[in-house]
Design a protein around this ligand. Structure first.
Ligand code: WQD
Length: 337
């Protein structure tokens, strides 16, 4: 199939492009390069031997977005493009709503105009909010989001569900990611955060590389195994594989389907830190600080639906996630250049 991957030079987009190419799909990448580097394309080619077509287009640029659809007959779309920093979204909400909602609406309108009926949307476990007991089940529906980033994910799920309900040819799979970490085992693809990382594992990676002095542990008074926050970490390559299964499911079905993509296991901050120490072979310093506003204590996925509908199960454990993350960090001290 010919598949458009928006945000295709990004962290999850690039890993998904590799898995799609490995399954023989014709992959076209679209990205505005706001939060990624065009050299990712050469890395994808080095891994797969195939150089995907690339459009440097912003989903807010309706004119050029339309030209992409005029020049290609897409069978399906995987939509990653969007701003994704929780903290940043609180300080510039209008920019997040404009980009993640209006930009996505441009894409959905192109689907309608050019008869592309299948989409996998990059949603997030953030949409569950803090309203429910773990493990989070898709049937719980949408919770109370605590930041504009999470709200844009919630709005996109509602928009796509309404779009599918109004057009019986439309098929949408809404994948709710938990915490993607790790890197391609070649060391050629991985996460390259802008500046000081907000997320746990990219921050630990910089402590392991010596770039940052110690890990700040945001609270150790949660009702968890060791008092630190518990999350469901999933290897980015496992997540990418789930997208390949999801797009194949979308093409074979109609309507909107919400599916969790996680490991179903929860690991605390300190458990992840110790797994990373094992991966890098050295002790990593940390300090216990106050809780981070907006954080919840525990979050992990119910994974039954992904198994039933997609036949998906994770293959990689937390040690492999940390090993692959550390290898990428060591091999790419200046990011993907
Ligand atoms: C994980 C745990 C922190 C950093 C976010 C988004 C979510 C998704 C994944 C996009 C928490 C603790 C973190 C640090 C720490 N992104 N922590 N020190 O908050 O679960 O989810 O990223 O879809 O939408 O909300 O991930 O990695 O920021 O935090 O102690 O320097 O690590 O308190 O318990 P989070 P995270």
């Amino acid at each position: 199939m010919k598949i458009l991957v928006t945000g295709g030079t990004g962290y999850i987009g690039s890993h998904t492009a590799v898995e799609l190419i490995k399954k023989g799909h014709d992959v076209v990448l679209l990205d505005n390069l706001y939060n990624s580097n065009v050299n990712v394309i050469k890395r994808i080619e080095k891994i797969t031997g195939y150089c995907p077509e690339f459009y440097n287009v912003d989903i807010l640029d309706k004119t050029n977005l339309k030209k992409v659809f005029e020049g290609n007959k897409f069978d399906a779309i995987i939509h990653f493009a969007g701003y994704k920093a929780v903290g940043e979204s609180v300080s510039i909400p209008l920019t997040y709503y404009q980009n993640n909602i209006a930009g996505s609406l441009n894409l959905y309108e192109m689907m309608q105009e050019f008869g592309c009926n299948n989409i996998v949307f990059s949603s997030s476990a953030t949409v569950y909010g803090d309203d429910f007991e773990v493990p989070f089940k898709e049937s719980y529906g949408l919770g109370t989001t605590t930041n504009p980033y999470g709200t844009t994910k919630k709005f996109n799920e509602i928009i796509l569900t309404d779009f599918a309900n109004a057009n019986h040819d439309i098929s949408c799979v809404l994948l709710r990611y938990f915490n993607p970490i790790g890197a391609h085992e070649s060391g050629l693809l991985g996460e390259v955060p802008n500046g000081i990382p907000n997320n746990l594992v990219p921050y630990i990676a910089k402590v392991a590389s010596g770039e940052l002095e110690y890990l700040r542990v945001f609270g150790n008074d949660y009702p968890t195994v060791d008092g630190t926050g518990v999350r469901d970490y999933i290897h980015v390559v496992d997540l990418a594989r789930a997208h390949v299964l999801a797009i194949e499911y979308a093409v074979a079905h109609k309507g909107a389907e919400v599916i969790n993509v996680g490991s179903g296991k929860g690991y605390s901050v300190l458990e992840v830190l110790h797994a990373y120490e094992k991966a890098c072979g050295k002790e990593l310093p940390y300090k216990i600080l106050e809780r981070r506003p907006g954080d919840i204590a525990t979050c992990y996925a119910d994974t039954k639906k992904a198994k039933e509908l997609l036949g998906f199960e994770v293959e990689y454990d937390i040690e492999k996630m940390c090993e692959d993350s550390y290898r990428f960090t060591v091999m790419n001290p200046n990011g993907i250049d």
